[in-house]
Design a binder for this molecule. Structure first.
Ligand code: ADP
Ligand code: MG
Length: 666
């Protein structure tokens, strides 16, 4: 029998109760969001220092980060600008040379050092004569009982907060790992060659070899991914056990005449996807399907067929779009397609809401209808009866919460979400792991070629000439800027309003107009209508045209300040052209002409394959940027890396499925 009660979960112990942690230190740790022992063990080191060898000062290279060591031979604070500014400088000597370390406007730094101190320095020399570093990271060597922990080994360097010394935190972690790692539970058994979770935590903080760090990270990432996959698979299972589907597979009564009048044949890929959708709509559980297809692959007509199946079955359908422009466009397209079949189509956007929803409320009770709208569909006054199918276009522009909110408007309706941002598989598994996936992997035949060119804006006169030639042949063009106005812009970033006036002059007599988010809805609508009718030849726009806009006669797109956009976003933008039979050209202007920018943009010149573009974007900018600011569904990962961990994610998915099969009730 144990003599003292063992706490149920030692890892839940508040940090403040650890030996050596007083109120002040506890408050500092809390500021780093570290509250329990468990949090502390997961405080991932920011980097590591191999303190078994130091670079002699004389061998330091300009601009190259390195670890060195020396004794302080001089130090002091200089004040200037009437005492408002200061620099603290210390000079180290290691026998090979001297190193000047400077800290600007941090005069209190003086307190931490004394002449004769043995100091470790990590930093990047600004210049070599004399060898100087600004704001390096430092640690004074102390000879005490713990010094073997801080020297002659690989040490972790953690994120800190003001007043918290690196050396103290390292000591605390050492004791925490020693005392608490044995209590770390094993969420799944370690595989061959893989450390246990407890071992991984030890390796993460105090690795014996630098390679251990990545081995440990992978183990921790796997646990993270398994937890995510379990949650997702449980969610799906719960909903499958609860919901019986509304039969929505249709009768072919509307689809047949629709396809007859469409004017083109569906591609094989479109037909295959429709077969998958029809099976879902007639299945036991409500459909939850993601439809992926590169820009221009023809997702809209697939959505129309899916809608028709539900309508044939006597249900209503809601289609949600991320922008008013797109909702308007879909409204026009679907009206043209469905009204001849006797189906009512309604538009609900911020500016149209009141009218449409009042009218629709009166009618939907007895009729099936298609409701097309923006976020306005999420609001309380949109209460359709009899909702059988929900379609969300450009799903990546919405968050998961919005998707769920729309679903609650019906009684377990079917769901089809569509996206043109090809989602690398890691993200797909993480964000859409609870959805089935269909892919349209083929563009309709008869499209002209789309070529992309990277240029500097000195070539503008030539490009204007080229645009003029294309206009003279009857084509249309887009010119895209990142901003609406010049105000508060970095120098050189051009903006829509001013440039559309200049282009109007340069391209006369062709007609040029501006389109951006600050126009009133009615203005946006009339500009788009004029562009569609080719009464306007050039549209000068912000990224409001990024998604969905479909004007096949437009064949040129000039994007200014292309370096301001992500690759996936540029791919979406250029997807506005190359939709017709004529060859198209996308010209990317960039003034930030660094090799990195050029390399990034060249990816687009090299491939039209959206998947390749998305993979590159994920590696270069990370998942948040790839999916856009509006994406709220990304999990907070401490160890997992969505750009690189596909094999781990796939392993996690299987482990999660296996553990659910083993304990079906959990
Ligand atoms: P996205 O997948 O980007 O939403 P759209 O649905 O807007 O693409 O389709 C792009 C264009 O291709 C539209 O003008 C559409 O009418 C046309 N289209 C779609 N499917 C076909 C097809 N099978 N054959 C020819 N044109 C098609
Ligand atoms: Mg579309």
């Amino acid at each position: 029998m144990p003599t003292a009660p063992v706490p149920a979960n030692p890892l839940a112990l508040p940090i403040a109760q650890l030996r050596g942690v007083g109120a002040e230190r506890a408050a500092q740790l809390n500021r780093l969001d570290l509250h329990t022992v468990g949090d502390l063990l997961l405080h991932r080191p920011r980097r590591y220092e191999d303190r078994r060898q130091f670079r002699p000062i004389v061998q330091l290279q300009e601009g190259e980060p390195a670890l060195t060591r020396g004794h302080i031979v001089a130090q002091g604070v200089k004040r200037f600008a009437r005492g408002r500014k200061s620099v603290f400088e210390l000079i180290l000597d290691d026998g090979s040379a001297r190193l000047h370390c400077r800290w600007w406007n941090l005069p209190f730094m003086e307190r931490y050092f004394a002449i004769g101190d043995d100091v470790l320095v990590f930093g990047k020399p600004l210049s070599l004569r004399p060898c100087t570093m600004d704001h390096p990271e430092t640690e004074v060597v102390v000879n005490d009982a713990e010094s073997q922990l801080h020297l002659n080994r690989i040490v972790p360097v953690h994120s800190l907060t003001e007043g918290l010394p690196q050396r103290w935190l390292r000591g605390l972690l050492w004791r925490a790992v020693r005392d608490f790692a044995p209590h770390v539970a094993e969420p799944q058994p370690a595989h061959v060659g893989q450390p246990s979770r407890a071992e991984a935590i030890r390796m993460l903080h105090f690795p014996e070899r630098l390679d251990d760090v990545e081995i440990a990270r992978k183990r921790m990432a796997l646990d993270e991914f398994v937890a995510l996959q379990l949650a997702m698979q449980k969610r799906r299972r719960a909903w499958e056990s609860r919901a019986a589907a509304l039969p929505c597979a249709g009768t072919n009564q509307l689809i047949r005449p629709f396809l007859d009048r469409l004017g083109f044949q569906l591609t094989v890929a479109q037909t295959t996807v429709l077969r998958e959708i029809r099976a879902d709509l007639g299945g036991r559980h409500p459909m939850r399907r993601l439809l992926q297809g590169d820009v221009g692959a023809g997702k809209t007509v697939v959505a129309a067929c899916a809608a028709l199946m539900a309508l044939e079955s006597g249900r209503s359908v809601a289609l949600m779009d991320p922008t008013e422009i797109l909702a308007e466009q879909h409204f026009n397209t679907f009206r043209g397609w469905l009204e001849p079949l006797g189906i009512e189509v309604h538009l609900l956007t911020g500016s149209r809401k009141t009218n449409a929803s009042q009218k629709s409320k009166r009618r939907t009770l007895q009729t099936r209808a298609l409701f097309i709208g923006t976020h306005a569909l999420l609001e309380g006054d949109f209460t359709p009866e009899n909702l059988g199918l929900i379609i969300i276009d450009e799903q990546h522009k919405f968050g998961v919460a919005q998707r769920e909110r729309l679903l609650r408007k019906g009684h377990y309706p079917h769901l089809l979400v569509m996206t043109a941002t090809p989602i690398p598989r890691t993200l797909g598994l993480t964000l859409y792991g609870d959805l089935d996936v269909s892919v349209i992997d083929q563009l309709p035949a008869g499209r002209g070629r789309l070529r992309t060119h990277v240029r500097t804006s000195e070539t503008l006169p030539k490009v204007i000439e080229f645009i003029r030639e294309q206009l003279a042949q009857g084509r249309q063009a887009y010119v895209v800027y990142s901003r609406v106005d010049e105000e508060s812009l970095a120098a050189g970033v051009k903006a829509v309003r001013a440039e559309s006036e200049k282009l109007g002059v340069a391209l006369a007599p062709f007609r040029v107009a501006a389109l951006h988010g600050r126009l009133k809805s009615a203005e946006k609508e009339s500009v788009m209508a004029a562009f569609r009718a080719n009464e306007l030849q050039v549209l000068v726009a912000t990224t409001v045209i990024e998604v969905g806009v479909d004007v096949p006669n437009a064949t040129v797109m000039l994007i200014e300040n292309a370096e301001q956009f992500g690759l996936a976003q540029l791919h979406q933008l250029r997807g506005r052209i190359g939709r017709g039979a004529h060859d198209s050209h996308c010209i990317l202007f960039s003034n930030a002409d660094t090799p990195e920018v050029r390399k990034r943009l060249e990816v687009l010149a090299e491939t039209n394959d959206g998947f390749k573009v998305a993979e590159a974007d994920l590696l270069l900018r990370g998942p948040g940027d790839l999916l856009g600011r509006d994406q709220s569904g990304l999990p907070n990962l401490r160890f997992g890396d969505l750009a690189r961990d596909l094999p781990l994610l796939e392993q996690a998915r299987e482990l999660a499925a296996k553990s659910l099969r083993a304990s079906p009730s959990s």
